[in-house]
Structure formats: C-alpha cells, structure tokens
Design a binder for this molecule. Sequence first.
Ligand code: ADP
Ligand code: MG
Length: 246
Amino acid sequence: MLLEARNVSKAFGTFLAVAGADLCVEEGEMIGLIGPNGAGKSTFFNCLAGETMPTAGRIVFDGVDVTRALPEARARAGIGRTFQVPTAFEDMTVLGNVMVGAFLRHPHRSDARDHARRIVELTGLRADQAARSLGTPGRKRLEIARVLATQPRLLLLDESLAGLTPSELRDAIALVRRIHEMGITIVIVEHIMEVIMSLTKRVLVFNQGHVIASGTPEQVVREEAVIEAYLGRGHRRRQEEADGRA
Ligand code: ADP
Ligand code: MG
C-alpha cells in the first residue's frame, strides 16, 4: 500500500469540508476521484499533500505517518499534487518554472536544469516560452510539469484536464497515460466521466466530505447514491437509453 488515509477530517469552523474520508492507494494504481463541486475533493488533496492539516484522521505514505508533516517533507517523501487553479512564476520561462520543482532533488543548478529539460520535453512544452504568455492548456501542463520535476511516486491531479478543447483533452489524456506508464501512481479528480472511464479502473465518489461509493467506473455510475448526489437524472436516462440500444 502506497497511501493509506483513514478517517481524515478537516473542519473550517463548524463546517466539515472533509468528513471522515478514507483513501487507500496501491503502488501503480490510477484512481479516479469524482463528486459534485464543494464535495471536499480539493480540501482532501490539501490534507494529503500537507497544505492544510487535517483536524482528525491519519495519513500514512509508504509506511510512514505523514499526518502532521509539512508540504516539503511530503513532496520529498514522494507526494506530488497539482492545484485546481494553476499558479506559475509569471516572470520566468517554462524551464525556470519546472526547475523550481527540479531543485527538490537536484540542488545543483545545472543538474536541475538538465532534469527540468527532460520533463519539459516529456510534457510537450517549449522551454524558453514565458510563463505569462501561456494559455489555459499550457498552464495546466506547466503545473503538471513542475510537479513531475519533483519526481513524485504519487501524483494527485486536481482537475488538471478541465477547460480544454477536445483535441487538447486527447493530448492531456495521453500525457497522463504516459506518466502512469512511467510507474507513477495517480489519483485524478476530473468531472468528464468519459475521461475517468478511459483512464481509470477504480473510482471513488466523494460527497459532503467523504467517499459514498467506490468501484469500477461502470459500477459507480449505476449506483443510486451517486446518481442522486452527482450525476443527476439526465445521466440515468442516457444510461438507460444506451443500455436499451445495446
Ligand atoms: P471540491 O474540490 O470538491 O469542489 P473543496 O474542497 O474546494 O471542494 O471545498 C469543499 C468545501 O469547503 C466547500 O464548501 C468550500 O467552500 C469549503 N472550503 C474550502 N476551503 C475553505 C477555507 N479555506 N475556508 C472555509 N471553507 C472552505
Ligand atoms: Mg476542487
């Protein structure tokens, strides 16, 4: 087991944004995390990566309790995450931004630059492009590249594929596949069910701060609780029509 998060909660005042969430990830898996806006997915990622300290629960990564560890210690242990809203160092180039991630494992500037160049190539970005001139797809990619440069064992992708055109989306899916094939374990938050279906074999459904369903994508989209909380009636009608045609 690479990650074992048990009964994780995060309260903001009296509001429980994450309410006893469990997530166990085996090395090599690619897991989908879906659920309505406000379900607590990003806050849960924050708890896992250390941007916020959970108010309860336990997070064990690769056998080590990291529940109270700072973000940098968790990155060093191998937890990497993208943010739903990408942030770049605007005045720096793509390469410079990716080097920021690379410095975690390569303290020498030239090593960090070499490593960052390989990551930039892998992600299909242009090393010398100014970060400020990147559009949404480029920013999403840069966010992934900077995290990849930290050499994570577990990559938490928070809506990294949102807001892309169909062809950008195809490229982004291919990139996520490539990253997974490099041996990196992935948990991906994504709203487009087709993306989840094509990438993952196991899906967890988040609602009101905890997991309400888990299983294969085909299983969870048929569960009443999931339709009620997330997919809505329209989805079920389309599903039934599709089944009727089959
Ligand atoms: P999701 O990523 O599933 O859309 P979030 O984790 O962003 O959900 O948010 C879960 C809930 O927690 C939302 O109701 C949100 O308004 C609330 N929340 C998130 N961050 C904070 C914060 N720093 N302070 C207060 N409430 C917050
Ligand atoms: Mg979110």
